[in-house]
Design a protein around this ligand. Structure first.
Ligand SMILES: [Zn+2]
Length: 183
């Protein structure tokens, strides 16, 4: 079922997600709804907060982003990221590489807003799948960026928090309008 996407201004986007403890049909149904909602909106990632549920669950699929490459390694072996999409991350923990890169980001909760955001170029992800089984991989490129953007959401952190103060002031009018429309 396609859900309404929560827009900036709603406090749920600032709420840290609770750890998932039950890997049941309800969780599976929620993940399915999130994937349908993300694909319908042409997004590459969606966090549970963005459909109003403050839990540690996010979905990602970068396979349609042809112009922005991703790399993925499982057990140290490079794999084709497309063969591992979509990714469902539950209770994820991220290890950040030292190298940083700046790239453009948008967010389904901020229609018509993009920003240049600095992120770790590569990351190590430890997570659970929908059966509660451990999932581990390393990522670089767009996948690394998407995982960092989405796991920020799970902790109530938004991409505007990572913009320069100049970029954020330039967006002040647009942001205020979003909040007004939400309220
Ligand atoms: Zn977002």
């Amino acid at each position: 079922m396609i859900r309404d996407i929560i827009i900036y201004g709603d406090p749920v986007l600032r709420t840290k997600g609770k750890s998932v403890e039950k890997f049941d049909d309800e969780l599976r149904a929620l993940a399915t709804d999130m994937l349908e909602t993300m694909y319908e909106a042409n997004g590459i990632g969606l966090a549970a907060q963005q459909i109003g549920e403050a839990i540690q669950l996010t979905v990602i699929d970068i396979s349609e982003a042809e112009s922005r490459p991703s790399q993925m390694w499982i057990n140290g072996v490079e794999v084709d990221p497309k063969e591992h999409m979509p990714v469902v991350l539950i209770n994820p923990e991220i290890g950040f590489g030292d190298e940083v890169e700046i790239g453009s980001e948008g967010c389904l909760s901020f229609p018509d807003i993009t920003g240049e955001i600095s992120r770790s170029a590569s990351i190590r992800v430890k997570s659970r799948d929908l059966d509660g089984k451990p999932v581990e991989f390393e990522a670089a490129g767009l996948l690394s960026r998407a995982v960092q953007h989405e796991t920020d959401h799970l902790n109530g952190i938004l991409f505007i928090d990572r913009m320069s103060s100049a970029a954020k002031s330039a967006l002040a009018g647009k942001l205020k309008r979003l909040v007004t429309e939400t309220g």
